[in-house]
Design a protein. Structure first.
Length: 121
């Protein structure tokens, strides 16, 4: 979809991001396992020592996708980027948004580090 904008997440996106995380958890029949609060989510991503970064997909002014990542370190390989979640709202799946996310992450890390993501079905 050419009218979907993928950009770095901002603090004001956190509520919508958490909604998408809960949508994924509900799909996985694990909504009860989502225990992070919005305040903690904001602090962990935008506080004085952020532990995660993210991109959001915006379509017609609405956050419709997120990809959340964090740095990790391998004593054998060095710095790595771990893609924790890539979520697209159910109503827009199949429109290449996920593929665009992966390309965005790849372009971000390819000059310096390796990206890891464990895909399961």
């Amino acid at each position: 979809m050419s009218d979907v904008v993928i950009r770095k997440a901002a603090l004001e996106d956190c509520s919508s991001m958490l909604d998408l995380i809960k949508e994924l958890a509900e799909y996985e029949k694990a909504l009860h396992e989502v225990t992070v609060t919005l305040d903690d989510f904001i602090q962990d991503g935008f506080g004085t020592s952020p532990v995660w970064g993210a991109f959001v997909a915006e379509y017609e002014g609405e956050i419709v996708g997120i990809s959340l990542y964090y740095d990790r370190y391998s004593t054998w390989k060095g710095r790595r980027l771990y893609l924790e979640d890539l979520v697209v709202t159910e109503k827009l799946r199949g429109k290449q948004i996920g593929k665009n996310y992966l390309m965005q992450h790849w372009n971000m890390v390819k000059p310096i580090i390796t990206m890891e993501w464990y895909f399961r079905y």
